[in-house]
Every structure is written in structure tokens, then in C-alpha cells.
Design a protein around this ligand. Sequence first.
Ligand SMILES: NC(=O)c1ccc[n+]([C@@H]2O[C@H](COP(=O)([O-])OP(=O)(O)OC[C@H]3O[C@@H](n4cnc5c(N)ncnc54)[C@H](OP(=O)(O)O)[C@@H]3O)[C@@H](O)[C@H]2O)c1
Length: 247
Amino acid sequence: MSDTWVILGASSAVARAFAREAASHGAALVLAGRDMEDLEHQAADLAIRYGVPAMPLRFEARDLATHAGFVAECRRRAGDGLLNVFLAFGVMPDQAAADADPEVAAGMVEANFTGAASVLGALAPVLEAQRGGTVVALGSVAGDRGRKRNFLYGATKAALLVYLQGYAARLSGAGVRVLCIKAGPVDTGMTWALPKLPFMASPRGFAAAAWQRAGKGGGSAYLPGIWWPVMTIIRLLPTPIFNKLNI
Ligand SMILES: NC(=O)c1ccc[n+]([C@@H]2O[C@H](COP(=O)([O-])OP(=O)(O)OC[C@H]3O[C@@H](n4cnc5c(N)ncnc54)[C@H](OP(=O)(O)O)[C@@H]3O)[C@@H](O)[C@H]2O)c1
């Protein structure tokens, strides 16, 4: 029985590319998300292209009550194989929209953090019981330091990183690897309306690098790697200088 990757937020451009990468390495897939029509097309395409089982499954990050049942269904679909997780769902309304409407702000926290913590919490006993597997979650360079332009989004990603550090510690005894990818800008629906961003990665190149990095173990990693020196400088900037920057 081949290993299975559960792709959470499988309609995301990055997740779509990661699913292809996993399928090209022979993994079975559970494509989890909200747009069932898209997921069914994607599953059929992956099954034909790579000859792997690929199954769509409904998943809503903000519907916490459904997460235990969702995880049980993932376990069932993975059969006797190892279950791995790629967590890619998330939203990024702009800071002004979140400032103006508490529903927008709370919705972002719920989707990006509460939903992630809830589904990962439900997955933990399954991962522990199988004694192995890999969890890859998409954090962001925005979580390294709160910037004027998107500090609520950044805060959700910083919270996710801290959650994943503890999650990794909890699961390390069971041989489960947990990797938080601190992603720089990727050319997806999330960024298309933004002004030109530096070092923009393609979803395909990003997913290939994420797959490779996941094979090396857990922890956290900047992708693309150029973000490590950039964020080191940004983190070290003195606050009076940082606060004057329009970033
Ligand atoms: N693009 C970037 O520059 C960048 C940089 C750093 C980090 N990231 C992170 O990378 C991840 C993937 O982003 P992307 O760029 O590929 O964006 P994307 O194409 O907009 O994908 C986001 C995905 O999240 C799903 N989603 C949103 N709210 C959800 C909810 N409540 N329940 C279930 N699914 C939900 C969306 O599903 P629907 O299709 O159903 O709406 C969509 O499939 C996100 O976590 C993002 O924060 C992206």
C-alpha cells in the first residue's frame, strides 16, 4: 500500500503543484477542500496522469465540529499506508479590510490559525499511532515580524509557527516529522492583485522545493532560500527604522 498525502486546501495553487509532485513520486492523495467540482477534476487528472489513487474530500477549516469525522475518513481512505499532511489553506484579506470589519479579521484568524490548530489536533493521535509520517504546513515570512501592511495575517502565521514547534515536539517521539515552511511570495490567486513583489516564486518551483525540503526532515525553512538572509536583516532592523518603512 502506498503512502497517502492529505492535501488540506487542495484548490490552492501551491497545493495543486504539491499534489502533482507527490503523485509523481507514487503517493496516493486525498484532496481536501471546499470546491468539490475542482477537486473532482483534479483527482481524475492526477489518477490518469500518474496512475495513483486520488480522492476528493470536503473540508472546511472553520467548521471545527467536522474535523474529527474528517480525520477518521482520511485515515480510512489511507488504508494501511502512512498518512502525511500538506496544510495549505489560508486567506489574506488586506489589513485595511480586517481593520474595518471585525468579521473579516476574525474570519482570517479562524481560517489560518484556529482551523489549522483544530485539524492538526485531530490528526495528532492518528500520526502518533502510525509512528511515522510527515506534516508540512505553509507559514509565511510575514510571521517573522509584524509589518504595517499585513500584521494580522502575519500574526496568524506566527501563531501557526509556534503551534507547529510544540506539535513537532509532541510528535517527535513517534517519529513524525513536522515542517513549517516560511514561504516568501508565490505567484498565486492570493498575490495577483498585489503590487509587484520581490523574489516571487512559481507554484511549481515552490512545490518542488517544498517536496525536497520535506524529505530532509522537520523544523522550519524559508522558501525560496533567499528569504533567510532577507528576513534576518528585517528581523534585526532597529524598531525606529523598521517603523518608518512602508512595508
Ligand atoms: N501566495 C503567497 O505569496 C503566499 C506566501 C506565503 C504563504 N502563503 C500561504 O500558502 C498557502 C496557500 O496559498 P496560495 O497562495 O496557494 O493561495 P490560494 O491559491 O488563494 O489558496 C488558498 C486556499 O485556501 C483555501 N481556503 C481558504 N479558506 C478556507 C477554509 N475556511 N476552509 C478550507 N479551505 C480554505 C481556499 O479554498 P477555496 O478555493 O475553497 O476558497 C484555497 O484553496 C496559504 O496558507 C497562504 O497563507 C502564500
